[in-house]
Design a protein around this ligand. Structure first.
Ligand code: TMP
Ligand code: ASP
Length: 249
């Protein structure tokens, strides 16, 4: 029996639609941009398509490098097909350079290199404003067991190494990023959500005089302008890099 195709869930930046195969979903990327837990909102024509295209190319790169992800393929310009997963309600942020909330909440200076990188785990809960968790709070809330949390930390560090190289190849410095994970139908932990300039801080390595040039959602968060231009620039750099690699083969 075929199930009716319909909307399962609408988030701030994406809609999840049912797929006729019950183990899969269709993820549609919206043109909406939100910041500060949706206190700030706007719509940018073409944002959904850009994030879908960027994410799909990054997921393909990660899959080629043995990272298990939910990504199965593109459906169209702004939708991808993914495994249906049970999302683990934590947001895993890895920071290579101190910036953003870390500098607002502590005395660390923006731009400080963090070696080893810092992993911060937040509760995925909009009504509580995604609070920072401790390992003890994670245990207390029984969100995830110790072994699976370790698996996620190890995966995050491995993804960081891969992404740092990926972005370095296109002249971008990966400052920090946020990941989400879930269990697939085989109860395996896989990387979910998206990887795009919405959830990564990316600084242009072509910058001059030590001025930070953000090619990510900070352009919207901090009213810097040139939002779609920045996302388009990243998508173009990725395409040029992928094409140059293919021409070498
Ligand atoms: P933060 O400095 O605001 O904590 O953000 C760290 C990184 O996580 C940054 O790349 C943006 C990303 N992020 C999200 O993707 N979603 C969120 O809700 C937040 C707060 C941050
Ligand atoms: N993702 C969050 C929001 O949509 C916060 C952020 O990215 O700044 O509001």
């Amino acid at each position: 029996m075929q199930r009716k195709i319909g909307l399962i869930y609408e988030g701030k930046a994406k809609k999840i639609h049912a797929h006729e195969d019950l183990d899969k979903v269709i993820i549609e990327f919206k043109d909406d941009a939100t910041a500060f837990n949706a206190k700030k909102k706007a719509k940018f024509d073409g944002k959904g398509e850009l994030n879908c295209q960027i994410s799909s190319k990054i997921f393909e790169f990660l899959v080629e490098n043995d990272i298990p992800t939910h990504y199965l393929g593109l459906k169209n310009k702004n939708s991808m097909i993914a495994q249906k997963i049970k999302i683990i309600p934590i947001e895993v942020v890895l920071r290579n350079i101190a910036y953003g909330s870390l500098c607002k909440q502590t005395t660390i200076k923006p731009g400080t290199v963090l070696n080893p990188p810092l992993i911060d785990i937040y509760l995925k809960n909009d009504s509580l404003d995604d609070p920072l968790l401790t390992k003890e709070r994670i245990n207390l809330l029984k969100i995830i067991n110790k072994k699976d949390l370790e698996t996620i930390s190890d995966m995050t560090l491995k993804i960081n190494k891969l992404l740092k190289t990926f972005f370095y190849n296109i002249k971008l410095n990966l400052v920090d990023f946020k990941l989400e994970f879930g269990y697939n139908s085989e109860e395996r932990i896989v990387l979910g959500d998206e990887i795009s300039p919405d959830n990564c801080r990316l600084w242009d390595l072509n910058q001059k005089n030590g001025i930070i040039v953000s090619l990510d959602k900070d352009r919207f968060r901090n009213d810097l302008g040139g939002f779609i231009d920045a996302y388009t620039e990243i998508n173009n750099r990725i395409d040029i890099f992928i094409n140059s690699k293919q021409n070498k083969c």
